[in-house]
Design a protein around this ligand. Structure first.
Ligand code: GDP
Ligand code: IMO
Ligand code: MG
Length: 423
């Protein structure tokens, strides 16, 4: 038995939460392997719309295990809030949620450093979600971090105080104006830790490998998207973890030869929230339409998402660094009614045609080259079989499959669990 992965191929918000929820029935365990509450994964079913930040998207199913892996960073305050919302929906969490002892904790001062760092960058800010993700991963690689397992050891208070004081000095050095009440933040944090401690902590790499050996089926859920990967994304406008498939190995303790399918998920167009280059971005009636019909507002921060055409150059880059075996296309319904649909197949980079992602995709260096396809008029949100999709929609799918040399196995035509076509 092996493990399957699902990963976003663009700049996040591809619809990972929805598809993980749809696929959960075929798995025993759903495991998050990186990122933290910068993620917002939306699920819709039975009239309920729910956004998850740290908790894996298999949590609404009975008899399935959800594991927060060692590669995830956890903010106990946000986590408590998330659990309380699930309690309101009467989701039974008993024995369904496990947390890796090796997962790092986001301290209140990590959030403050994030804010100070962004303020100090001015116009060059990353557009971070300000959840403290970057500073927490910096402490992880700098070997200063605090982990969930530390809560079970002696000396927590001293470690927490020492790291908090170190952070307060760092914040001071930024020389920017941010207001906070450290005592209040500490109280809130300590209270949420008592809440966190009610969840079972495990040695997750051991647990997951034993599960694989005993024939359990595991689905690893990525957060963010490949173009936000710390190595292969549009650096420095990226997040601070490896969002690509290698991140599932380090973020769960799973060897590469245990990985089976890699499901790559993308929107039928492109969105990006936060700063950074976006070659196919539009600033016209079409992008406004995409934003409106696609409801393109960040699930975590509520910020409007930038919208534009599908970019096959960056998609090919993501497919290759992840080893994608099957594609999943979301939100094709949003393109209904657009007369001509453009797809970027190459970049003109400093005068030359390129079909791969170069070191820098800054606007001044390059322009996208498009192919035009006929759109479709029909509303497809009620279509449930591939056969019933409009011809021009199918032509769009074939064009992408030919270009990307992979099959699109799932087509999503609306936010609800049921609006999903398995090809
Ligand atoms: P994630 O971060 O990858 O899980 O994606 P988000 O939840 O942040 O953003 C995806 C958004 O699109 C959510 O609001 C979903 O409810 C919605 N969505 C997902 N699939 C579809 C689809 O096929 N069509 C439409 N119209 N909306 C979708
Ligand atoms: P999901 O899992 C979209 C973006 C932020 C910012 C950059 C760095 O829902 O797809 P960070 O908070 O990590 O310091 O922000 O990354 N970003 C996301 N964009 N979806 C996400 O997650 C994102 N998580 C972070 O907007 O540009
Ligand atoms: Mg999201």
């Amino acid at each position: 038995m092996k493990i399957d992965l699902i990963l976003g191929l663009q700049w996040g918000d591809e619809g990972k939460g929805k598809i993980v929820d749809v696929l959960t029935k075929d798995y025993d365990i759903i495991a998050r392997f990186q990122g933290g509450p910068n993620a917002g994964h939306t699920l819709e079913f039975d009239g309920i719309k729910h956004v998850l930040h740290t908790i894996p998207s298999g949590i609404f199913h009975d008899n399935k295990l959800n594991i927060i892996g060692n590669g995830v960073v956890i903010d106990p305050v946000i986590f408590q809030n998330e659990i309380e919302k699930l309690d309101e929906l009467k989701v039974d969490l008993n024995d369904k949620l496990l947390i890796s002892r090796k997962a790092h904790l986001i301290l209140p001062t990590h959030r403050l450093i994030d804010k100070a760092s962004e303020l100090s960058k001015g116009k060059k800010k990353i557009g971070s979600t300000l959840k403290g993700i970057g500073p927490t991963y910096m402490d992880k690689t700098g070997r200063n971090g605090l982990r969930v397992g530390d809560l079970e050891l002696d000396g927590w208070d001293e470690k927490f105080e020492a790291l908090t004081n170190k952070h307060l000095n760092i914040i001071n050095n930024f020389n920017v104006d941010i207001e906070f009440n450290i005592d209040e933040l500490k109280r809130e944090f300590q209270a949420s830790l008592n809440f966190l401690k009610k969840i079972t902590f495990i040695d997750s790499e051991h647990y997951l490998n034993e599960s694989i050996n005993s024939g359990k089926k595991i689905l690893a859920e990525g957060a963010q998207g490949s173009l936000l990967d710390i190595d292969f994304g549009t650096y420095p406008y990226v997040t601070s973890s490896n969002t690509t498939s290698a991140g599932a190995c380090t973020g769960l303790g799973i060897a590469p030869n245990k990985i089976n399918e890699v499901f790559g998920i993308f929107k039928a167009y492109t969105t990006r929230v936060g700063s950074g280059p976006f070659p196919t971005e539009l600033h016209d009636a079409i992008s406004q339409r995409m934003a409106k019909i696609g409801n393109e507002f960040g699930a975590t921060t509520g910020r409007p998402r930038r919208c534009g055409w599908l970019d096959l150059v960056s998609l090919k880059h993501s497919i290759s660094v992840n080893g994608v075996t099957e594609l999943i296309m979301m939100k094709g319904d949003v393109l209904s009614g657009i007369e001509k649909i453009k797809v970027c197949t190459k970049y003109n980079y400093k005068g030359k045609n390129l079909d791969y992602l170069p070191f820098s995709i800054l606007e001044e260096n390059m322009t996208p080259i498009y192919e035009k396809l006929e759109g479709w008029e029909e509303d497809i949100t009620k279509v449930r079989t591939y056969e019933d999709l409009p011809l021009n929609f199918k032509n769009y799918i074939h064009f992408l499959e030919d270009h990307l040399k992979l099959k699109i196995k799932i087509i999503s035509v609306g936010p609800d669990r049921k609006q999903t076509i398995l090809v």
